[in-house]
Design a protein around this ligand. Sequence first.
Ligand code: ARG
Length: 472
Amino acid sequence: MTEPKATTAPSAADANALWGGRFASGPAAIMQQINASIGFDQKLWAQDIAGSKAHATMLAARGIISGADRDAILAGLDQVAGEIEAGTFTFTVEHEDIHMNVESRLKEIIGEPAGRLHTARSRNDQVATDFKLWVRDALDRLDGDLKALQEALIDRAEQYVDTIMPGFTHLQTAQPVTFGHHLLAYVEMLGRDRSRARDARARLNECPLGSAALAGTPYPIDREMTAGLLGFTGPTANSLDAVSDRDFALEYLSIASIAGTHLSRLAEEIVIWCTTQFRFIRLSDAFTTGSSIMPQKRNPDAAELVRAKVGRVIGALNGLLIVMKGLPLAYSKDMQEDKEPVFMADETLALCLAATTGMIRDMVADPASMRRAVEAGFPTATDLADWLVRSLGIPFRDAHHVTGRIVKLAEEAGCGLADLPLDKMQAVHPDINEGVYAVLTLEASVNSRTSFGGTAPERVKAAVAMARARFL
Ligand code: ARG
């Protein structure tokens, strides 16, 4: 006896029991390998069983199957669920995907009634339903994970509500801000991510079940009922759209990509803040690694990996967009490629969120380093220009010019603006008086920025309270 080769066509005896009626033989091994999705879509088992239970319940309610068959199906599906949960269920590639694995086992357990479950449905509406249910849960999990990170950020923001750091544009010191204000910027980004997740959840929450293969079904089904049983707001309106729509997966991936981009930006800042040049923060030992050769190193590996892993999520979005972009209506097997990118993105993002939340929770700021850094950059130059406008009535454009010349003098003298003697300033503009010094300190600068959404500590304190009320 020789081992069957990959290209050998097995005999008619191997033809698939669920759809093999007109097939003389089973699939070639390579065919099976390219076709089978059970390796990844077994993740959908709970959704598949929930969908089947709702379908069977509806079929019986409409008199399409008997009450006895429904009871057998429901009990059998519960047993299948128990076996999967207990880890005693054997998933096989012969049964291709999660839908046929579950149904085949159901047939083994309850016999003939199992064959009635697939009345008035197809794997096309089945998989769309299962996957929507899974993505719906993923969106809810994502919302919870984003909220946990917001909470960690808000707590740190409160702790550092009046800690002054350089605010940057072009990564050049621009104006002093508070660290609390900076951290709350990320709370806003994550808030938008959460609101995108909520929007997408509401939009996806229509039930494809009952669209059947593509055209609907002649059976007198009740689509409102199955939709209701599965927590959908109602049935999808067009059967062709229902089985070929993967917008919900694409929306999930774009939400994940945008959220991931936010995490990556924060990760990049953490990396910068941890450098010996900045020293704005110190990560805990739990979120730092050492170097095998340089004993002085404390590397922010977790932040670097968050920054990098987001690439996968964005790649997943691109990948699925490319799968979908040329597909004619309705279902094509191409669409089986929708699941792995979503599963991978979900896993990656959950890991990145957990790591980021951990880093933020434990992070300790170094206010002295922040202060040193901000003082070096003439951060109150704008305050000086504003003072010239307000106190001397100079047009802003001219004030800007005068300030530039004063900054140059300070630079030459090797001191900050607040330490530049009055006569030096008066050499640039004779009307400048002692009053100018009141606006040149870092505290005066941040305290003055009281506009709504601004960095003044009193504002940030209120913003912390508002963020708690809005998001937690
Ligand atoms: N495993 C398939 C998928 O994920 C299920 C739908 C199969 N439908 C079909 N007509 N072959 O898309």
